[in-house]
Design a protein around this ligand. Structure first.
Ligand code: NAD
Ligand code: UGA
Length: 462
């Protein structure tokens, strides 16, 4: 199929190169000229493992290209995917980019005779495609619904695993309110072997929010259990959740396994049942509030999901409060922060928990030094423009002379650190603040450092 994709960001570019890899002809459109030029030169504007190789291969075999010319891209394709941002504005979805892109696509369709399917790949709240996108397309194209097709095709990839997630999807969800659009659109996925769930437009949109809300809920559940463990004392949330994971309904026995010790499956969902300093990223933090706001507008109070959000907002601050208590205040203390990206294997710093952590440290008067293998540039440009910070060249430079080190992102080089080396660089009896529960407490203590981890506190009596 010939596909045009509006927006060459994480989703648009990954979808574009992967759809061309499986035999489609793809043209990605972006309004940022440098982004288009960089893509055309085979340089990925985002850091995503494996993306650049795939991009170069498909540029070379001419199945993939990029342009700023949206009208031409739409005219020269059979299907258009809209993959523009859907950020949050005061907790509600901001549809300005979707509206603008839809209008431009509609204008391009005006002079097109052939049946063309427009699919919304951006994450949009249920009812957006039928109440906003469809009327806008009709108005700007001068065509009636039916003369063009409309689908909702939410994307489930994770940053860092984006290529694998796209090329080996667990599901493909296609929403459409009529059969023809679905039949044409599903052809772009003809080489994929996974269930294709066909629903109406609204249900497809809702599946995306239900999926992200579940992940956020599991994380906040784990963090609430962690806070209760801290309040009780001498209870380690890592052991508590390990006990929960061993429920065979979460980690089923492998068929034919003789022992329940080794013969267990470890489904990926288990990785969301872990305590930490909270979830971040470009989606969970905006999508859960957007669904809540929509629910409230339609007369339902989403109590559970509102608590999920509130626990996540408190989580990084609770950790910094504990650190402040242990250090007798943060004024003039040197604190190192390892990790700005919202998770390893990405340079994405959107809604990272590092932001409230660094801000609260700076506000309390600490001297903060940060390090991240890939996220520093984005942090400097977009997160901390006016924040007095030191950007270290290495993780050890950040930690040198510090009273405490806060680990926010579990990059492998942070996880596999030599504590003796760290102890020799930091202040005597400095604190390691384990925001991701990646360290053995005893290894930290054995190096002469002190340990403060989410979900564990020695009881007063101990
Ligand atoms: P992004 O910010 O990385 O990329 C969006 C791109 O769209 C930008 O390059 C921007 O310049 C371009 N753009 C905006 N308006 C345009 C227009 N009118 N014409 C041409 N280009 C335009 O965003 P993203 O992370 O790819 O997210 C896109 C959508 O996908 C969002 O709704 C998001 O919620 C959803 N989503 C994202 C992920 C993810 O991991 N990032 C995963 C699943 C779903
Ligand atoms: C998430 C979903 O996993 C994707 O399925 C979805 O497509 C995407 O959002 C989206 O809609 O954009 P992503 O944001 O890339 O993908 O990252 P995840 O790996 O899910 O991690 C999200 C956040 O949760 C990270 O900050 C991570 O550190 C945090 N997390 C994860 C925890 O705090 N605790 C955990 O136990 C697991």
């Amino acid at each position: 199929m010939r596909i045009s994709i509006i927006g060459a960001g994480y989703v648009g570019l990954v979808s574009g190169v992967c759809l061309s890899e499986v035999g489609n002809r793809v043209i990605c459109v972006d309004r940022i000229p440098e982004r288009v030029q960089s893509i055309l030169h085979g340089i990925s504007p985002i850091y995503e493992p494996g993306l650049e190789d795939l991009l170069r291969r498909n540029l070379k075999n001419r199945r993939f290209t990029a342009t700023q010319d949206l009208a031409r891209a739409v005219k020269e394709s059979d299907i258009t995917l809209i993959a523009v941002p859907t950020p949050s504005r005061n907790g509600a979805i901001d549809l300005r980019y979707v509206r603008a892109a839809t209008r431009e696509v509609g204008h391009a369709l005006r002079s097109k005779r052939a049946f063309h399917v427009v699919a919304v790949k951006s994450t949009v709240v249920p009812s957006t495609s039928d109440t906003i996108v469809r009327p806008l397309l009709q108005e700007s194209s001068g065509k009636k619904a039916g003369e063009f097709g409309l689908c909702a095709n939410p994307e489930f990839l994770k940053e860092g695993d984006a290529i694998k997630d796209f090329l080996r999807p667990d599901r493909i969800v296609i929403g459409s309110d009529e059969e023809r659009s679905f039949r044409v659109f599903k052809k772009i996925y003809s080489r994929f072997h996974c269930p294709i769930l066909h629903t109406n437009l609204r249900t497809a949109e809702m599946i995306k929010y239900a999926a992200n809300s579940l992940l956020a809920s599991l994380i906040s559940y784990s963090n609430e259990i962690a806070s209760i463990a801290e309040a009780v004392g001498d209870v380690d949330v890592v052991d508590v959740l390990r006990g929960v994971h061993l429920d065979a309904r979460l980690t089923p026995f492998l068929e034919g396994a003789v022992s329940s010790l080794r013969g267990r499956l470890s489904p990926g969902i288990i990785s969301y049942l872990k305590a930490g300093c909270g979830y971040g990223g470009s989606c969970l933090p905006k999508d859960v509030p957007a669904l809540c706001t929509l629910a409230e507008k339609r007369g339902y109070e989403p109590g559970l999901l509102r608590s999920v959000i509130s626990i996540n907002q408190q989580q990084p601050l609770r950790l910094m409060k504990r650190l402040s208590h242990e250090l007798g205040g943060l004024r003039s203390k040197k604190v190192a922060v390892w990790g700005i990206a919202f998770k390893p294997d990405t340079d994405d710093v959107r809604d990272t928990p590092a932001k409230p952590i660094v801000d609260s440290l700076v506000q309390a008067g600490a001297k903060v030094s940060v390090y991240d293998p890939f996220g520093l540039e984005a942090a400097r440009k977009t997160l901390f423009q006016d924040t007095p910070l030191t950007y270290a060249q290495t993780q050890f430079e950040a930690a040198a002379g510090a009273h405490a080190l806060v680990v926010v992102t579990s990059w492998p080089q942070f996880v596999n650190v030599d504590f003796r080396k760290l102890a020799s660089l930091m202040k005597k009896r400095a604190f390691i603040v384990d925001g991701r529960r990646v360290y053995e407490r005893w290894s930290v203590l054995a190096a002469g450092l002190r340990y403060l981890g989410v979900g564990y506190r020695e009881s007063e009596a101990a």
